[in-house]
Design a protein around this ligand. Structure first.
Ligand SMILES: Cc1ncc(COP(=O)(O)O)c(C=O)c1O
Length: 444
């Protein structure tokens, strides 16, 4: 029996013939009502949950539990994890820490960053980055963001360097990479340390080499949301023997790498930010899944970009040429409401959630957080730094591009990239559907 050529089928055939995705087209012009206006959501099933674990994690944790060796001075798990992670990232040393914040803090402390110093960082990042600088009584100097990539604008770093600058703390934001070559060249020229924040970029690569291996130190977080997860956890990586020893001593309350628990000799100021044996055991089990999960995210992320860049008003974060692997801790794009009939971002996010695609607006401008200015005006800072320098700080660290990015950004979380490719089709379909009905959504 000859198939009846419905209008819908005719349209799909025509679009296929033009080389576009018929499925995608059907989603856009299908006339389906947005879920926020009472229509059927694009997705009814949840995205893959996080964390992923099975009996191997249970076994690893039980092994530590029943050994009674819960502290790194007694057990072998942390040592094993450090050796495995250094090998994975490609550095000589790895120091496991309590979390990513303490890996950054230990880096700055071991490098001797202190009162009177300045550290350069991006404003589009997690608050821990600025906190660790302030905890060292140094001044954070924000350098504006490259809106297209969501990363620090390396072209603006040199202008921010002064006699006080001791280190640059660039961040591989969202699993995408900053311009490693450009940042390293500036650091070399000005003899500055680089604390490479790779807390969101496990297994990301620049020209085939893993991030976290480029800086004077590289820092990772294994906090619950991260692509490698032990609830809390962190690591500091370095090729520098002396720095590795200073970092160990700092993180172990002033005690160096000695095995005797009653050796109370101290060589350097410190704190206690040691990783527990439980965290390390969990990480060893989680690491077995890391390569496969990273591969899946990278594939889905690239595919999603190929779909979203065709939607007017949606600009997926661009990668620098040297980025050979985006680890997609976040899938980030810019949303231009003018291409969505003026639909405000907050309402776009609401409409997206109603379609079964949860998303968030991401960071607000870190450089404008009032607590930073308050800290810089505190008694201690006023003793250390000239009044004029502190007064000029706000103007000096203004980041207009970043301010704009913070009004446009949309984030999807890494677990959303762990499912089948069809999940990406549905994300794109949900956005197209919202765009097709944007004017109605504005009025609703
Ligand atoms: C870029 C960045 N740096 C540092 C940290 C701090 O890591 P943690 O939460 O493990 O202390 C995080 C965590 O979210 C981060 O995203």
């Amino acid at each position: 029996m000859a198939e009846k050529l419905t209008r819908r089928r005719y349209m799909l055939t025509a679009v296929s013939a033009l080389g576009a995705s018929a499925k995608a087209f059907a989603g856009t012009v299908g006339g389906k009502k947005p879920a926020l206006l009472g229509g059927k959501p694009v997705r009814s099933q949840p995205f893959p949950t996080w964390p992923v674990f099975d009996s191997s994690e249970e076994k690893a944790l039980n092994t530590v539990l029943w050994s009674g060796r819960w502290f790194r001075g007694r057990g072998k798990q942390v040592d094993r994890f450090e050796a495995a992670y250094a090998k994975l990232i490609g550095t000589k040393h790895c120091l496991a820490t309590a979390n990513g914040t303490s890996a950054l803090f230990t880096s700055l402390s071991a490098l001797g960053v202190g009162p009177g110093d300045e550290v350069i960082l991006p404003p589009y990042t997690f608050v821990a980055c600025v906190n660790v600088i302030l905890l060292c009584h140094a001044v954070p100097v924000f350098v504006d963001t490259d809106r297209e990539t969501f990363q620090i604008d390396a072209g603006k770093i040199e202008a921010a360097i002064t006699d006080r600058t001791r280190a640059i703390m660039p961040v591989h934001l969202g699993g995408n990479t900053f311009d490693v070559d450009a940042v390293l060249a500036i650091a070399r020229k000005h003899k500055l340390a680089v604390v490479e924040d790779s807390c969101q970029a496990h297994m990301a690569e620049w020209k085939g080499r893993r991030t976290g291996s480029f800086g004077t130190t590289g820092c990772f977080s294994f906090q619950a949301s991260k692509n490698l997860n032990s609830g809390e956890g962190g690591a500091l990586l370095t090729d520098d023997d002396e720095l590795a020893e200073r970092a160990y001593t700092f993180h172990n309350n002033s005690r160096g790498k000695v095995r005797h628990s009653y050796d109370f000799s101290y060589s350097y100021r410190g704190t206690n930010v040691r990783m527990t044996e439980f965290q390390a055991a969990l990480l060893m089990a989680q690491m077995k899944r890391l390569e496969a999960q990273t591969g899946r995210r990278s594939e889905n992320g690239a595919y999603l970009t190929s779909l979203l860049r065709e939607i007017p008003g949606i600009a997926p974060a661009r990668e620098y040429e040297g980025c050979t692997r985006n680890a997609y801790h976040l899938y980030m794009f810019r949303y231009d409401k003018d291409r969505f009939a003026g639909l405000p971002r907050a309402k776009f996010l609401k409409a997206l959630a109603a379609e079964g695609v949860p998303a968030s607006k991401g960071y607000s401008p870190l450089n404008k957080e009032p607590f930073i200015k308050e800290t810089l005006q505190s008694r201690g800072y006023r003793v250390i730094y000239p009044e004029r320098e502190l007064a000029e700080w706000e103007e000096r660290t203004a980041c207009p591009e970043n301010d704009r990015l913070c009004t446009e950004a949309v984030w999807l979380t890494q677990n959303m990239l762990l499912g089948p490719r069809s999940d990406m089709d549905q994300i794109a379909e949900a956005i197209r559907k919202i765009q097709a009905h944007a004017a109605e959504l504005v009025k609703a």
